[in-house]
Design a protein around this ligand. Structure first.
Ligand SMILES: [Zn+2]
Length: 513
C-alpha cells in the first residue's frame, strides 16, 4: 500500500512556533481563568463568569460565531466560602477538611461527637437507626500511612515512550454488568442514605482523603438535582488528621468537634449549563467542513482548577489566538469548544455531539436511562445529522499541564502515518510518539463513540496524579509555563494541518449492534 506523502506547511509551522514561544499569552489566560475567576464547578456562578470572560476574549481576538450553547439537565450549581473544623477534645487543634460539592453547609458553628460508622447498604442503616443523633460520622476506616518511594514528579523517558508504541490487546471495553449493577445500586441507595442522615439528626459526615501528605482530594456529594435529598454537611479530611481522630476513637476517647461550613446551592434545577464556542472561519473550498478542538472548562471546587482543566482550556484558547495572530486562513473552519459538565460524566461534550453530529436512541427502560450516557454501551443504530459528514476531527487536552509527547491514535490506524508526519517538526521539543492505544475518560470519547475521529494528546504526567488531580492543590503553582507554550504550538499546528489537508481525517470502523 502506498501513502501519498503527507505534506506539512513548514512556513506556517515556523510562524506558529514563533508566536507560541516568543509571544505567548497562555499563562495570562490561565491566570485570569483560575485566579481571578477561580474554580469553576459545573453550573456555578464562577462557571458562568468563565463562559462570559472566554467569550469576551475570543471576540477580542477576532474570532467569529462566539456564543454559548445551552446544555440541559445538568442540575444546580453550588459554591462554598468557608469550611472550618476544630477538635475541641481530647485536645484543641484545627483539622483540615473541605466540603464535598453539592452538600449543605452548617447554619453557623455546630458541635458534635465523632463516631465511626460505615453506612454502605440498607442493612447498615437498619443497624445504626436511632444511634447517631448529634454525631459527626467518620465513615471510612483508618488508613495506615505508607511512604511513597516512587517519584512524585514524572516526565516520560525513552523507555516509557517506547512502551507506548506497543499495543496490549484490550480487555472488553464495554461497561460490565457488575459495574452497571453497582452504579444502579448506588443510584438507589444514595437518596435513602441522605434522607436517613437527616432523619437521624447526624451533624455531618467525614471521609478520608484518598491521598496522603495533607492533600485533600474532594469531589461531589449530596445531589445536583433539585428535589433530591442532599443529606447533611459532608467533608473530606486530610488523611493524617482523619487517622488522628480514628486512633482517639480506638482508644475510646471522646472526640468533640466544631464545624462551620458556609455553602449554598445556586440557580434553579432547570437552568441549563453552557459550552462556550468560537470559530476561525474556513475560507477555502471546504469551508463548510469543520475541525474541532476543546477542553473542559468546569472544574472541582477546592483548588482553582488550574491543571484540571484550566491548563487544557488555556492551551486551546491560545491555539486559536496563535492561528489568528499568524494570519492563518484555513480551508476548513476551525471551531473551539470549552465544555461544561465533564467532571459529571462528559455531559457538555456529549450533548454537543448529540445535537450537532450523531446520537444513539435514548433507552426507554428507566433503569437504563438513569445510567449516564458516558457509561452506556452503544445500542442500536447511530442517528446522524447532515453535519456528521462535515466534521473532520476533534482534538482534546485534559491531563494537566505537562507538555505534549505525542498523540493517542485511538486505534485509528489510517490516522497514524498522518500524525507522524505532523509531529516531525515538533520532535525537537519532545513530541514524538503516535500510539495506537486508547485513552479514555474525557471529552474526546463523546466524539469517538459516535465514530468521529476524536483524539487526546500524550502528555508528561508531572505531579498530576500525585498532588493535583481533584485536590485542593490544583492551583497555578503546579502548572509548568513552558509546557503549556509547547502544547499550544502543537495543538495549533495539528488543527491547522487538519483544516488544510486535502481530505478529512480517515475514520475507523464504527461497530453498531
Ligand atoms: Zn479533567
Amino acid at each position: 500500500m502506498v501513502h501519498a506523502q503527507e505534506s506539512v506547511d513548514l512556513d506556517m509551522t515556523g510562524r506558529i512556533r514563533q508566536e507560541a514561544f516568543q509571544r505567548s499569552q497562555v499563562m495570562a489566560t490561565l491566570g485570569h481563568l483560575t485566579e481571578v475567576i477561580g474554580p469553576r464547578l459545573t453550573n456555578s456562578p464562577a462557571m458562568a463568569q468563565a463562559n462570559a470572560w472566554t467569550r469576551a476574549k475570543f471576540t477580542e481576538w477576532g474570532l467569529t460565531h462566539v456564543h454559548d450553547e445551552a446544555v440541559d439537565d445538568i442540575g444546580r450549581g453550588w459554591e462554598f466560602s468557608d469550611a472550618g473544623v476544630e477538635m475541641l477534645s481530647p485536645r484543641i487543634m484545627p483539622l483540615h477538611a473541605l466540603p464535598k460539592a453539592w452538600t449543605p453547609g452548617t447554619t453557623g458553628p455546630v458541635e458534635g461527637e465523632a463516631a465511626f460508622a460505615k453506612l454502605q447498604n440498607k442493612a447498615d442503616l437498619e443497624k445504626w437507626k436511632g444511634k447517631l443523633k448529634g454525631k459527626v460520622l467518620f465513615t471510612d476506616e483508618l488508613r495506615i500511612y505508607k511512604v511513597n518511594e516512587k517519584s512524585d514528579f514524572n516526565r516520560h523517558d525513552h523507555e516509557s515512550l517506547e512502551d507506548l508504541l506497543s499495543y496490549p490487546l484490550p480487555t472488553d471495553r464495554r461497561t460490565g454488568p457488575d459495574q452497571l449493577a453497582q452504579y444502579r445500586e448506588r443510584l438507589e441507595f444514595t437518596p435513602l442514605l441522605n434522607k436517613f442522615l437527616v432523619d437521624e439528626g447526624v451533624v455531618a459526615t467525614m471521609s478520608i482523603s484518598s491521598w496522603d501528605n495533607g492533600i485533600v482530594r474532594v469531589m461531589g456529594g449530596g445531589s445536583r438535582k433539585a428535589g433530591e435529598p442532599v443529606g447533611v454537611p459532608a467533608m473530606v479530611m486530610m488523611a493524617e488528621h482523619y487517622n488522628t481522630v480514628m486512633r482517639a476513637l480506638e482508644r475510646k476517647q471522646a472526640v468533640r468537634l466544631r464545624l462551620n461550613i458556609e455553602s449554598r446551592f445556586t440557580g434553579n434545577a432547570d437552568e441549563p449549563g453552557y459550552n462556550t464556542i468560537a470559530e476561525l472561519p474556513g475560507s477555502g473550498p471546504q469551508r463548510d467542513e469543520v475541525v474541532m478542538l476543546g477542553a473542559h472548562m468546569d472544574s472541582w471546587h477546592t483548588g482553582s482548577g488550574a491543571n484540571d482543566n484550566g491548563a487544557g482550556v488555556a492551551v486551546m484558547m491560545e491555539a486559536m489566538r496563535i492561528l489568528k495572530a499568524v494570519g492563518a486562513r484555513p480551508n476548513r473552519t476551525i471551531r473551539v469548544a470549552l465544555w461544561t459538565g465533564e467532571e459529571q460524566g462528559l455531559i457538555g461534550s456529549q450533548a454537543y455531539v448529540s445535537r450537532h453530529f450523531a446520537s444513539y436512541a435514548e433507552p426507554v427502560d428507566p433503569a437504563e436511562k438513569a445510567i449516564p450516557v458516558s457509561l452506556r454501551t452503544n445500542k442500536g443504530k447511530l442517528r446522524r445529522t447532515p453535519a456528521y459528514d462535515k466534521v473532520s476531527a476533534y482534538f482534546n487536552l485534559d491531563n494537566g499541564s505537562g507538555k505534549i509527547r505525542g498523540i493517542y491514535a485511538q486505534e485509528n490506524l489510517a490516522a497514524a502515518p498522518i500524525f507522524e508526519a505532523w509531529l516531525k517538526p515538533w520532535n525537537d521539543v519532545g513530541a514524538t510518539v503516535v500510539t495506537q492505544r486508547n485513552t479514555g475518560s474525557t471529552d474526546h470519547i463523546s466524539f469517538d463513540r459516535a465514530g468521529i475521529p476524536g483524539f487526546q494528546f500524550v502528555q508528561d504526567q508531572l505531579d498530576y496524579f500525585s498532588h493535583v488531580h481533584h485536590t485542593h492543590l490544583d492551583v497555578q503553582d503546579h502548572v509548568v509555563a513552558d509546557d503549556l507554550k509547547q502544547a499550544s504550538a502543537i495543538v495549533a499546528s495539528f488543527v491547522y494541518n487538519t483544516a488544510m489537508r486535502p481530505g478529512k481525517l480517515p475514520r475507523k470502523m464504527l461497530v453498531e449492534d
